[in-house]
Write a protein that binds this ligand. Structure first.
Ligand code: ABF
Length: 259
């Protein structure tokens, strides 16, 4: 009908959601099968909604396989991101460790907001990217797991909010001004909690800025990542460049794309 809005039926929405969930599970299961080996003793567990399937698959490897392993979570306490790797590990009766005790990790598996053709990725949609980067960098092998929507040629194709940047609260206005006036992100903005209840606060007590950049800059995101990181007040940038060894994407047709 003219002027009427297109409304998806609940059944269509449910089908789309279950296709996404199945894709996440497929990616996670395949990545675990390929990368979590019997000799791995220290395993990093990232955050987000795909990672529970990673843990699910690891648990399926059995009690014997997991009894001498220790699992290091990104998130140690309840926080804004909603999917807590610590709780996942504890609830799954896996051994919990900390990166303080285990600064070298055999393999870390984590989700992403978008992954480009060179395995650079945007992370931090859940405001956890500092801790995620610590576990990625501590790992001998860092693996990404995601559904098909995250698989892109260049960053910023589907992920519209921009690059997440964790900043100390004292410096947020200065960093925003740097991004607007010097680094080419005129629409960078402070991430606000739902219903504008104030800024989102990370697990580390910091604010998050989302900074969109034009695609030219995103074709090779390393230089802009380095420039942002140099700004005083920036704690970490949600661009992970040259870190992942592989990325697994579950597709709607039941196949997995491995980059
Ligand atoms: C974390 O979870 C984040 O860095 C990223 O924002 C998000 C990806 O989540 P999901 O698996 O829910 O798509 O890894």
């Amino acid at each position: 009908k003219a002027g009427a809005e297109a409304v998806l039926s609940p059944k269509t929405v449910e089908k789309a959601l279950s296709a996404i969930e199945s894709s996440k599970r497929l990616a996670a299961y395949t990545a675990v099968d390929h990368y979590v080996k019997p000799e791995h003793r220290v395993i990093g567990i990232g955050s987000g909604s795909t990672v529970p399937y990673v843990v699910e698959r690891i648990v399926q490897q059995g009690v014997e396989a997991n009894k001498d392993r220790v699992f290091i979570p990104t998130v140690l306490a309840l926080s804004v991101s909603g999917f807590q790797s610590k709780e996942l590990i504890v609830e799954s009766r896996l051994n919990l460790g900390d990166v303080d005790q285990y600064p070298v990790i055999d393999v870390t598996l984590d989700g992403a907001d978008e992954v480009d053709r060179s395995l650079n990725c945007i992370k931090g949609g859940g405001a956890c990217h500092l801790r995620e980067k610590v576990l990625a960098e501590a790992a001998k092998t860092f693996i990404l797991v995601a559904d098909y929507r995250k698989n892109v040629e260049y960053l910023g194709t589907n992920w519209q909010p921009g690059v997440p940047i964790e900043v100390v609260p004292f410096a947020y206005a200065k960093v925003l001004s740097n991004l607007h006036n010097s680094l080419g992100s005129p629409n960078a903005s402070l991430r606000m909690a739902v219903k504008k209840a104030g800024p989102v606060v990370s697990d580390n007590g910091n604010f998050i800025i989302d900074a969109p950049f034009d695609q030219e800059k995103m074709k090779d995101p390393y230089p802009i990542m380095a420039q942002i990181k140099m700004l005083t007040g920036v704690v970490e940038v949600g661009l992970f460049c040259h870190m992942a060894e592989a990325a697994y994407f579950g597709n709607q047709d039941g196949t997995v794309t491995i980059k």
